[in-house]
Write a protein of this length. Sequence first.
Length: 132
Amino acid sequence: MVKLPLALHQALKIAALRAYPHEACGLLGGRAGLLVSWYPLSNVAPQPRRIYSIAPPDLFRTMKHMRRRGETEMGIFHSHPTSAAIPSPTDIAFAFYPEAIYFILGFSPTTHLRAYSIVHQHVQPIEICVVE
Ligand SMILES: [Zn+2]
């Protein structure tokens, strides 16, 4: 189970809507089992409607920033503008952070946010608990 403050839940929805019809992406930083920060990042994929890609300098700069702020847990967020919140084969193949929680906001059939752990291509759903 992962605790997600309502404000961050809203921020993810807004980011996904703003990026539509492209996939939105970014990182979430957390402390003591609670995600506390949202870092929206550019999707630099050549086909941003179907996949997301974070430029390595953006990724490393953000991770450094998170460490400086004492944030340990990490969430990796992206949206699926035309499909469900289920990791695609590409998402699974490029899930390089076994400690991270992968968040996907899907727009089909309705707007919904799901979380997963992806370790060595093994996908495990994680329950999201939205907190005030
Ligand atoms: Zn995806």
